[in-house]
Design a protein around this ligand. Structure first.
Ligand SMILES: [Zn+2]
Length: 243
């Protein structure tokens, strides 16, 4: 079995880790981008629903007003009719009863007129609300269309950067011992893109656990791959003065 040159392997892993850190960051951005578009779409849809809701309220308001106006019209006709009959009454009592009835209708009509006025005021404020909400909707739509284009452009850039890093990665990976690569990639997947970390101040720079002097000596010997006992990341010494 050929002896692995640990120093050489670590040097390749350092380059590989630098690429993988970039790839990890890019992959995260790549996943986040479509979500940004989704959020903008949700906001646009919410504003659209709000516009529709006000339009429904306006429709209901118009219907209510129409009904009240029809009520008022028929009551006014009754008042006219009764008024014409008033002078055909034969007795004083009949006359008074009829007059009483007419007064009752007139009072109803006055209430109806107040109601119609209130409905018209409500229509005014609904119309104002509609104008405001339509503005918010068109802003949200404009923002969506503009940002969608921008984000899609960013995704294209990220994809091409990732493809570039992936092809450089392939070249490096080919130079790594198979067993070490398996170990490295397993940790990479489990430890948020960092499988190889330097030792500084007697501690692992991945999990910041203190490393015993014996472990640090073993790393210095470069006889085999040494991992952090606590986080399983591969350890190396970047600068002896930092250790
Ligand atoms: Zn660690």
């Amino acid at each position: 079995m050929q002896k692995i040159n640990v120093e050489e392997q670590l040097n390749i892993l350092i380059k590989l880790q630098a690429l993988d850190a970039q790839l990890y960051r890019l992959r995260k951005e790549r996943t986040a981008r479509p979500k940004l578009i989704e959020e903008l779409e949700t906001r646009r849809n919410e504003e659209q629903a709000a516009v529709k809701e006000i339009e429904e309220k306006i429709k209901a308001n118009q219907l209510k007003r129409k009904q009240k106006e029809m009520d008022l019209q028929s009551k006014e006709e009754s008042v006219k009719k009764l008024g014409a009959q008033l002078y055909q009454m034969k007795t004083n009592k009949e006359y008074q009863t009829m007059q009483h009835e007419i007064e009752g209708h007139k009072a109803d009509n006055s209430l109806l007129e107040d109601e119609i006025l209130a409905i018209m005021e409500e229509a005014d404020s609904l119309n104002k609300e509609l104008v405001r909400e339509k503005e918010l909707f068109s802003e949200a739509e404009k923002r969506l269309n503009e940002d969608r284009k921008k984000i899609e452009g960013e995704i294209t850039v990220i994809d091409s950067e990732m493809a570039d890093f992936e092809s450089r990665r392939k070249e490096l990976v080919a130079q790594v011992d198979n067993k070490i690569l398996i170990q490295y990639e397993k940790v990479l997947a489990n430890r948020e893109g960092f499988a190889l970390v330097a030792v500084k101040n007697h501690s692992c720079q991945g999990c910041f656990m203190n490393l015993p002097p014996q472990v640090i000596n073993e790393i210095r010997m470069k006889d085999k791959i040494i991992v952090c006992e606590s986080c399983a990341r591969i350890l190396y010494i970047e600068n002896d003065a930092d250790v």
